[in-house]
Design a protein around this ligand. Structure first.
Ligand SMILES: Nc1nc2c(c(=O)[nH]1)N[C@H]1C(S)=C(S)[C@@H](COP(=O)(O)O)O[C@H]1N2
Ligand SMILES: [Mo]
Length: 422
C-alpha cells in the first residue's frame, strides 16, 4: 500500500500526531493534490528542459575547450562531449540564448517553489524507505530537489552578487546541471504519463498528496495557480527589460543593467568600470600604451596612432553578458582581428588568439578566441564606439568585439594579442 494512513476525518489522528510533520494530518492545505502538482510539474518539464539546453549552449559559447584561461572545469571532457565551435552567426545568438536562460530561470522560481510546496508532505513519509527500490527512489528525489535548488540559487547569486564565485561558478553550475538534469529526466519519464492523466480527469482523485484532514479552502486550486502564475509574470516583467533599450528601467533585478550608463556614444551598460579594474589613465595614454601582437613571424608593437593608419572597419554588434543583460547593436569601429593576424604571419586562415588586458587582477582580464571568431570580418579590435573614441569604462584605448560571443570574451583595455598555438 502506498498510503501510510488511509484518508479520513481529522479525529482519527491524535492531537499530538497531527502536530508532527510525519503525520499526514499535519498537512492541512486543501490545495495539495494531483492536479496542482501535475500542472506545475508539466510547466517545469518544458521550462527546465529549455534552461538545460540554453545553459549547455552558454557553456559552449565560452570556448571552454580552447584554453585553461577560459575554463578550468576538471572532467569537462566527459561532460563536455557535446562542445562545438560556437558560431559567429546570427550576431545576436548569445544575446538570445543567455537572455532566455536567465530570464526564464528567474521567471520559473515561483513555479519551482510552488511545486516543492505541493509535494513537501512526501519528504516526511514514514518509514523513510520501505524497500531498496523505495530507498533508491527517495535518493533520486533528494538529488532532484537538492540539485534544482542548487542550480537556481547559484544562478541567481551569480547574477545578483557580482560573480560571487569567480572561477568556480562555471564548474559548480555545470556539474550541478548534469546531476540535476539526470535526476530530472528520470523523474519526468516516471511521472509525466500520470501527470497528463491527472489533467484529463474531470474530478480530482485522492492521492498521497491529498490532505486527509483538509482545512476549509480560502482559494481554489485554479486561484492558487493564478497566484503562482502572477508571481512569475511579475518576475518576468521586472527582468526582461534588461535586454531591451527603453525598457531597461523596468529591470528591477538586473544588477548592471540598471546602473545608469548615461547618454551619448558610450551610453550603454558597463559591467566593470576602468576604476574597478584598476586601469590608470597614465597607462592608456598615447605615450604609454602599445599593443603587442605576437605570431609566427615575431612580435609587432603598435601605438594607437599606428593602429589608426591600418584599414578601419565597422560592425554593429551587441554586448551580451552571462548575467542575462544585453545591449542593442552598437556601432564599433576598429581593426579587424584577421588583419592583425596577417601582420604577424597569418595571411590565409587566421589561427586562435589569446587576448590579454592591461588589467592585472580579475577573472576576465584574459580570454582565448577561436579561429572562426578571428576570421569573421566583423571581429574587431575596436577603437571607437558609436562614432567616438571608446570611453575609459568601455575599454579605451582598445577592446575586443566579436559577433555572437558572450561578454566575457570581449576583453577591454587590451594590451597583448598572441596568435597561434595556445
Ligand atoms: N579587461 C576586462 N574586460 C572585460 C571585463 C573585465 O572585467 N575586464 N568584463 C567583461 C564582461 S563580463 C562583459 S559583459 C563586457 C562588458 O562590456 P561593457 O562594460 O563595455 O558593456 O566586458 C568584458 N570585458
Ligand atoms: Mo559579462
Amino acid at each position: 500500500m502506498v498510503r501510510s494512513a488511509a484518508p479520513g476525518p481529522v479525529r482519527t489522528y491524535g492531537r499530538d500526531m497531527a502536530r508532527s510533520p510525519f503525520s499526514p494530518a499535519f498537512w492541512r492545505s486543501p490545495l495539495r493534490g494531483p492536479w496542482l502538482t501535475s500542472v506545475l510539474g508539466l510547466v517545469l518539464l518544458g521550462g527546465i528542459t529549455v534552461l538545460f539546453v540554453t545553459g549547455l549552449l552558454s557553456y559552449a559559447a565560452y570556448n571552454p575547450d580552447l584554453s585553461p584561461v577560459n575554463d578550468k572545469t576538471p572532467g569537462k571532457g566527459l561532460l563536455g562531449f557535446y562542445l562545438f565551435a560556437w558560431p559567429t552567426d546570427p550576431h545576436w545568438l548569445y544575446r538570445l540564448t543567455q537572455g532566455v536562460h536567465v530570464t526564464l530561470g528567474i521567471t520559473l522560481i515561483p513555479v519551482l517553489l510552488a511545486k516543492l510546496w505541493s509535494v513537501v508532505p512526501k519528504l516526511f513519509t514514514l518509514p523513510p524507505a520501505r524497500s531498496v527500490a523505495h530507498a533508491l527512489e527517495r535518493i533520486s528525489l533528494l538529488l532532484l530537489v537538492g540539485g534544482g535548488l542548487f542550480e537556481f540559487v547559484t544562478g541567481v547569486l551569480n547574477v545578483q552578487l557580482d560573480y560571487l564565485f569567480p572561477g568556480s561558478f562555471y564548474p559548480l553550475h555545470f556539474y550541478g546541471a548534469w546531476i540535476f538534469f539526470a535526476a530530472f529526466a528520470a523523474h519526468a519519464v516516471l511521472k509525466t504519463p500520470a501527470a497528463l492523466r491527472n489533467l484529463r480527469r474531470l474530478k480530482e482523485e485522492r492521492s498521497e498528496l491529498t490532505s486527509p484532514a483538509p482545512d476549509a479552502p480560502t482559494v481554489t486550486r485554479r486561484g492558487a495557480l493564478g497566484l503562482v502564475g502572477g508571481g512569475s509574470l511579475l518576475l518576468l516583467a521586472t527582468t526582461v527589460g534588461q535586454d531591451f533599450d527603453g525598457l531597461r528601467w523596468t529591470a528591477l533585478f538586473a544588477p548592471h543593467g540598471r546602473r545608469d550608463p548615461g547618454t551619448g556614444p558610450g551610453g550603454f551598460q558597463i559591467n566593470k568600470t576602468a576604476a574597478y579594474a584598476g586601469i590608470h589613465p597614465a597607462e592608456t595614454g598615447e605615450e604609454a600604451w602599445r599593443l603587442v601582437v605576437t605570431g609566427r613571424t615575431g612580435t609587432v608593437r603598435l601605438s594607437r596612432a599606428e593602429l589608426l593608419r591600418l584599414p578601419l572597419h565597422s560592425a554593429a554588434l551587441p554586448i551580451a553578458c552571462v548575467e542575462g543583460w544585453s545591449t542593442s547593436d552598437q556601432w564599433w569601429r576598429g581593426v579587424r582581428l584577421r588583419d592583425l593576424a596577417a601582420l604577424v604571419g597569418y595571411d590565409g586562415d587566421p589561427p586562435d588568439v589569446f587576448v590579454e588586458s592591461l588589467q592585472r587582477h580579475g577573472s576576465f582580464r584574459r580570454a582565448a578566441l577561436r579561429a572562426n571568431q578571428v576570421a569573421d570580418p566583423r571581429s574587431l579590435l575596436a577603437l571607437f564606439v558609436n562614432g567616438e573614441d571608446l570611453t575609459p569604462d568601455h575599454g579605451h584605448p582598445a577592446r575586443i568585439i566579436v559577433p555572437a560571443a558572450p561578454g566575457v570574451l570581449n576583453t577591454k583595455w587590451v594590451a597583448r594579442l598572441t596568435f597561434g598555438d595556445l
